[in-house]
Design a binder for this molecule. Structure first.
Ligand SMILES: Cc1cc2nc3c(=O)[nH]c(=O)nc-3n(C[C@H](O)[C@H](O)[C@H](O)COP(=O)(O)OP(=O)(O)OC[C@H]3O[C@@H](n4cnc5c(N)ncnc54)[C@H](O)[C@@H]3O)c2cc1C
Length: 666
């Protein structure tokens, strides 16, 4: 049964899962404090020649495989990835792209792993989703980061070559809020392991997986006493809490109940999975009890870079399609791309593709270099690329007109090039929802952005702190702010000639430096005004984060243009032109965000939303019929749901029919 969890408890669970310390410098953290530390991302680390050679060789193998052996139209038509394609991916080593060679993988760098996903995602998004779920959040990454040597030796060679993996966190009642997690892991009487029970929703690869990572809650109380204390999972790690387990999917009690279908990503093997008293040995616990969410979040630090890579790929493709179509299609006397309204869109596509690629390249090289804490940069890359990628795809559809809305199969059937724009749009939309929805990414990044403030003024910002403690905290905070605030008044951005090594692009860095200080001041004003209530001002915080994201994007675009100039001199001028364009567009967005920080309808909107939720304004719903039918909005929790199913041929009744379900089907 899902727990009833207060907002405060939910926040505490998220807080406990955070990496609380900053062992390495962070460009993003400094930026939100008003400090443009360009030295942390410029010059970009050089790519290791060996990694490049290995990466290029793999990309070429992958490209051959995709072009010669995978028919993306067939995947779309059948909503299935054919068995031989999955086998082919295994054969070329695609399952082990990120697994080090010593464990049987290919050991690609982050830069090349991303390039591989970009390539695959452009061919069909179901393929990149399979590979990304398997490697970015599936078993390999958590084991590399937190697994024991025994676990690595046993499982990494398997997931690198033969075993498809999945990540099972979400439940019908657990989406963005893991504190409600209802799946349990009960220590066994003899202390040799745990019994897992619960229902997991939307697990990508979950309908065909060989092994999965499951998040389940170990109860903190009423623990059975072990017969053999030495063999018990109790002991040093016996803390209870949400924990991560390796679960071989052929274990007794695992039932794939349903293969979910979506608006896009046709062909992904996404499951509802029931766990009924599934026994796992204690050796399958990853890390310690209670570490589950920390493992999930830390895994996502790098895992999150996969998704922007896929968005960058789609955006590059959008530029290609726009160029080819809008130069050929003539209406009203000239190519549609030359009509100003369409030209504006094409420029947005090209500049955005460049800006997104720059952000991805900067973040990925940081990940490979391992000298910086890049959690904020990776999170921003996910947020920015998923939002921008969606707008890019939408504009591409507009540029293609009716052809954008028509399916590729229909286009081909009447003799035109099978350009799958409507599919790209369907595939792109989910990126704003999974691996941290945009709203949750705003909160997550805002939390990191205010971390320095919380360290000095946390008690003032905590609703529960007593007045006396607040007063004491104010003294300490006063000292910090007396030193920090004056530093936000002036900086390099006001000095003509600063950042001159970047030539014409220097003006954008001067803007960024000024804007970083302004953003830090704005955040401080917000903290002063709303204090503990700041965390409820999600629209305000969202804009602060979006400003930070744009500033990171501008910095990345300038730095990346410089990198291109040194690595590919023949492209230097065009790279600078695109960087210039991207920065100009981004600056306009920043200005708008600053404006909206203090001039907006946030309060009126919030009040109206509460009225809507209360049932006011119901007249606005008149004159329609709702095709949704009856049924609960959220499926019932496992016990009740299962009972209900016995008599009712319920929502999961088609379970047994699913091809590829490896587990026992009830
Ligand atoms: C195709 C697909 C594949 C997936 N793959 C996996 C997978 O492999 N493994 C897995 O475990 N899960 C997977 N998921 C689940 C996915 O991660 C969740 O959909 C996501 O976490 C959001 O949860 P939810 O859909 O329940 O939204 P909810 O949490 O119900 O949120 C609904 C809305 O409220 C917003 N919201 C929620 N809380 C807050 C808040 N505190 N403040 C502001 N806004 C808030 C959300 O942003 C969203 O807009 C997948 C989902 C899909 C659709």
């Amino acid at each position: 049964m899902a727990q009833q969890v207060s907002e405060k408890q939910a926040r505490q669970v998220a807080e406990d899962a955070r990496e609380s310390d900053w062992k390495q410098p962070s460009f993003g953290k400094e930026l939100f404090m008003g400090n443009l530390r360009l030295d942390l991302i410029h010059p970009q680390p050089k790519l290791d020649p060996e990694a490049v050679e290995k990466g290029e060789a793999f990309l070429s193998r992958l490209k051959d495989f995709l072009q010669n052996e995978v028919d993306p139209a067939q995947i779309e038509r059948d909503a299935r990835i054919p068995e031989q394609v999955i086998e082919g991916l295994k054969e070329i080593g695609a399952l082990g792209m990120k697994v080090p060679e010593e464990y049987g993988g290919i050991g690609l760098s982050q830069v090349y792993y991303n390039r591989a996903l970009m390539l695959v995602g452009g061919w069909h998004a179901a393929l990149s989703t399979l590979l990304s779920a398997h490697q970015s959040i599936g078993l390999a990454e958590p084991l590399l980061l937190f697994g024991s040597q025994e676990q690595k030796l046993e499982w990494l060679p398997k997931v690198a070559r033969t075993h498809v993996s999945a990540f099972l966190l979400t439940e019908p009642d657990v989406g963005s809020d893991p504190a409600r997690l209802a799946t349990t892991a009960t220590p066994t009487e003899d202390g040799s392991g745990y019994d897992l029970a619960g229902r997991k929703l939307w697990a990508t690869n979950g309908a065909i997986a060989d092994v999965v990572v499951v998040m389940a809650k170990v109860p903190r109380e009423d623990r059975a006493q072990p017969a053999e204390p030495a063999a018990s999972p109790k002991g040093e790690g016996n803390r209870g809490g949400i924990s991560a387990f390796i679960l071989p999917y052929d274990a007794e009690g695992v039932t794939v109940e349903h293969r979910n279908e979506f608006m896009g990503l046709k062909g992904i093997e996404n499951s509802v999975t029931l766990l009924e008293n599934v026994r796992v040995p204690k050796e399958n616990l990853i890390g310690r009890e209670g570490d589950g969410l920390k493992i999930a979040l830390t895994t996502l630090n790098t895992g999150r870079l996969a998704l922007p890579a896929i968005c960058v790929g789609t955006s590059k493709w959008a530029v290609k399609v726009a160029r080819e179509f809008a130069s050929e299609r003539v209406q009203w006397g000239q190519a549609v791309g030359k009509h100003d309204a369409v030209a504006q869109k094409i420029a947005y596509l090209a500049a955005s593709a460049f800006g997104m690629e720059a952000m991805l390249d900067v973040s990925s090289r940081l990940a490979d270099d391992k000298k910086n804490d890049f959690r904020i940069e990776a999170a921003i890359a996910k947020l920015f690329a998923s939002e921008t990628g969606w707008k890019v795809t939408d504009e591409l559809m507009q540029i293609r007109g009716g052809r954008g809305y028509e399916t590729a199969a229909s286009l081909a059937a009447r003799g035109e090039k099978a350009v799958p724009v409507e599919q790209a749009m369907r595939d792109m939309r989910i990126n704003r929802i999974f691996e941290g929805s945009t709203e949750i990414m705003h909160l997550l990044i805002a939390r990191e952005a205010v971390d320095s403030h919380l360290q000095v003024a946390g008690d003032i910002l905590d609703e529960d702190t007593e007045i006396k403690a607040k007063a004491r905290a104010a003294v300490g905070a006063g000292k910090f702010y007396a030193a920090w605030l004056p530093g936000l008044v002036s900086g390099a951005g006001q000095r003509p000639g600063s950042f001159d090594e970047f030539g014409d692009l220097a003006k954008h860095l001067r803007f960024t430096e000024r804007a970083a200080r302004k953003q830090a001041r704005s955040l401080f004003y917000g903290m002063s005004r709303w204090q503990a209530k700041l965390e409820r001002r999600q629209a305000f915080l969202g804009r602060i984060v979006d400003i930070g994201a744009e500033l990171f994007a501008i910095s990345s675009a300038v730095v990346y243009a410089n990198t291109i100039a040194s690595e590919r001199p023949e492209r230097a001028d065009q790279a600078r032109e695109l960087a210039d364009l991207f920065c100009a567009q981004s600056r306009r967005r920043v200005d708008r965000l600053f404006h909206d920080l203090w001039r907006n309808e946030d309060d009126a909107n919030h009040a109206a939303a509460l009225k809507v939720l209360d049932g006011d304004y119901r007249f606005i719903e008149e004159g329609i019929i709702d095709p949704s039918g009856d049924g609960p909005m959220i499926a019932e929790p496992p016990a009740e749901a299962h009972e209900a199913e016995q008599g009712s041929n319920g929502a999961f009744a088609d379970a047994g029919a699913q091809r590829g379900a490896k587990a026992t089907v009830a």
